[in-house]
Design a protein around this ligand. Structure first.
Ligand code: NAD
Ligand code: LMR
Length: 339
């Protein structure tokens, strides 16, 4: 258990930016359950004080505060962790990249806030397109001289969650709760590469080519399934809140409580573990990639090497790399070309 702090720094304070949104509200509710959070600060350009007042009555440890449009500085001040689900979601017919126009600026401004008011914070990015918004955050932090690659994460956990669930629908031997599937690459369409061959018990090997192709496609385009079903009312919010809380809790368990052995697939800057990723970076030219990451007190403690890939998965990875490069360059250039 972590002791309460009485200094000015919000040592175990978590800020949700975009807290009144479709993801922000259920994510805040889930994080209100955490004993590792002493202060949950909810920031949004609309409705944050109302959401905060509501959540603040729940009898768990954290204090909840709400911060409206002009309250970004107050919300971020000295924070330990900043989770960013702020921005617009997709409508049917849109790609995640179509969101760049609006979300790039929103994420840039929030990253500026982080650099100014909580430069040592862990930054967990949900806003799409994640493949580009994470490089935006990193470039802003670099410009301010406060970039630590071990502390910035793109949350791609929903791909992991979907992989376990969808695989379990094909085999009763798979418990969706305890079967963790590594998902590498990025978080959009072909850049999502589920490593199903690593599921124990020869699951992937038991599938026909058609079944494997269909499962892979469903994981890669799971977001579209929800966008289509919501029919103009947005994209995944509840499953994303679940995935976001799972990932945030893992970061807090490692960085606040010092728990070891925690691993999640997440989209990171590969400089977070330059030694382990040197050969991969040299071979692919990628600076960002989703891969299994081990957490420690400082955030990323190790980026694991790529698992052995089946021929099918290698083909998927080969298709992911060029698209990832385009997404990364677009995010990076948004900051470097406009400064
Ligand atoms: P939403 O529109 O319901 O909520 C977004 C919230 O962000 C709104 O409350 C809005 O007021 C707020 N906001 C906008 N600009 C802001 C700013 N400058 N500062 C603070 N808050 C601001 O959308 P949603 O369904 O919650 O989705 C949010 C984002 O998450 C979208 O970009 C979506 O594509 C993305 N998403 C990512 C994943 C993932 O796996 N990483 C999954 C689902 C959705
Ligand atoms: C998802 O995977 O559900 C999210 O990235 C939202 C989307 O636009 O599909």
């Amino acid at each position: 258990m972590v002791a309460y702090d009485d200094d000015d720094d919000d040592d175990d304070g978590v800020v949700i930016c975009g807290a009144a949104g479709g993801i922000g509200q259920p994510l805040s509710l889930l994080l209100k359950q955490s004993d590792l959070i002493t202060h949950l600060a909810l920031y949004d350009v609309v409705n944050a004080p109302g959401v905060a007042a509501d959540l603040s009555h729940i009898n768990t440890r954290s204090t909840v505060t709400g911060h409206g449009k002009d309250g970004m500085e107050e919300a971020l001040q000295g924070a330990h962790t900043v989770v960013i689900p702020a921005g617009v979601p997709r409508k049917p017919g849109m790609t995640r990249d179509d969101l760049f126009k609006i979300n790039a600026g929103i994420v840039r401004d929030l990253a500026e806030g982080v650099a100014r008011h909580c430069p040592g914070a862990f930054v967990l990015v949900i806003s799409n397109p994640v493949n580009s918004t994470v490089p935006i955050v990193c470039e802003v932090l670099k410009q301010h001289g406060v970039f630590n690659p071990k502390k910035v994460f793109g949350i791609s956990t929903l791909d992991v969650v979907r992989s376990s669930r969808f695989a379990s629908e094909l085999s009763s031997a798979i418990d969706p709760k305890t079967t963790r599937v590594t998902v590498i690459g990025g978080h959009s369409g072909v850049t999502i590469v589920p490593v199903l061959s690593q599921i124990p018990g020869g699951f992937a090997q038991s599938l026909s080519k058609e079944q494997l192709d269909a499962l892979t496609h469903r994981i890669q385009y799971g977001g579209d399934e929800v966008v289509k079903a919501k029919d103009g009312a947005g994209s995944a919010t509840l499953s994303m809140a679940h995935a976001g809380a799972r990932f945030t809790n893992a970061v807090l368990e490692a960085t606040v409580a010092g728990k070891t052995g925690l691993v999640e697939s997440t989209y990171v800057n590969l400089a977070a573990d330059s030694e382990s990723t040197a050969a991969f970076r040299a071979k692919t030219g990628l600076e960002y990639f989703a891969q299994d990451v081990e957490f420690g007190r400082e955030g990323v403690s190790k980026i694991r090497s790529l698992p052995a890939l089946s021929e099918h998965e290698q083909t998927l990875l080969d298709a992911a790399i060029p698209e990832l490069k385009v997404n990364i360059t677009k995010g990076t250039a948004f900051i470097t070309d406009n400064s």
